[in-house]
Design a protein around this ligand. Structure first.
Ligand code: CO8
Length: 248
């Protein structure tokens, strides 16, 4: 049975406590620093790749070096996507997530904060790699940011759901390379369904985009919610992992 209070306790930061104990949290924390450091370096590489004006021979030489580095990383790599992993703080994290994944150079990465009232917030600046119209953020990226920040609303309520719909209205172009602020809030909770709203504002505090969305806890996840084993935003809880984690 779903136990909302207990689920809340396990999701104080929008992520479940992991049922899998971490053998060596200190070593894992050091690995996480290295992983996020690599992602940051590759993110900077992607930005430089978009903006560089160096000549063709230099580009070819850099491409060769990058290919060598890619082969080095693939010497030991898992098949397929990352999914959920237990972090050094004992929480289940989606480190490969395209918006918040600390191991993902494609992710800005967003740092979304929130509270148990379901209000969420995120400060961000998007660079050249997210361009759509010249000088402005791609509309799909704008929607992805809103999806993530609004999607954190149900997670903070203890009702982690998948996006059933996200209706985005673009009020004015969202500038690249300038500070932005995105926030989300609850409009209505209806059983397993959470209606959320949110907006992105620019540095002049003007709304550039707003969205209203429905997040639904999938049927397959509902029976597991009092046994937190996964983030219902994207991953089916595994049966054998469904054991009682310690409260946090
Ligand atoms: C911290 C985490 C942040 C995460 C933010 C990012 C989240 C994501 O991007 S998730 C990825 C994108 N979304 C998806 O891939 C979802 C794909 N869709 C699905 O999996 C399913 O359709 C899902 C889960 C939405 C609902 O399916 P299911 O669990 O079978 O429930 P279902 O019976 O169809 O619907 C449940 C209720 O929701 C309603 N509903 C479902 N979809 C919709 C919709 N599009 N519009 C209106 N109502 C809907 C149903 O009418 C039903 O209502 P009621 O209970 O009142 O009869």
């Amino acid at each position: 049975m779903f136990n909302r209070e207990r689920t809340r306790r396990h999701m104080t930061d929008g992520a479940f406590a992991s049922p899998f104990p971490v053998e060596d949290p200190v070593a894992l924390a050091a690995l996480e620093v290295a992983q996020s450091g690599l992602a940051a370096a590759v993110r900077a590489l992607a930005d430089a790749t978009v903006r560089t004006r160096v000549a063709a021979p230099d580009l070819a030489a850099v491409a060769e070096q990058v290919e060598t580095l890619t082969a080095r990383l693939l010497a030991e790599a898992q098949e397929g996507p990352l999914g959920l992993e237990t972090d050094s703080a004992g929480r289940l994290r989606d480190h490969g997530n395209a918006m918040v994944g600390m191991r993902n150079p494609i992710a800005p990465p967003l740092v979304v904060t929130g509270d148990e009232s379901g209000s969420t917030s995120c400060a961000l600046t998007l660079g050249a790699g997210y361009e759509g119209p010249p000088g402005y953020v791609h509309g799909g990226i704008v929607a992805a940011v809103l999806d993530q920040v609004l999607g954190s609303v149900p997670a903070h309520l203890g009702l982690p759901g998948m996006t059933a719909y996200l209706n985005t209205t673009y009020r004015r172009p969202t500038p690249l390379g300038a500070p932005l602020h995105c926030r989300g809030w609850v409009e209505r909770v209806d059983g397993w369904k959470v209606h959320a709203r949110g907006e992105i504002r620019d540095a002049q505090d003007l709304v550039t985009a707003e969205a209203e969305a429905l997040f639904v806890v999938p049927r397959w996840a509902r029976e597991h919610l009092d046994r937190p084993t996964g983030d219902a935003a994207g991953t089916a809880p595994g049966g054998e992992a469904a054991q009682e984690p310690s409260a946090s």
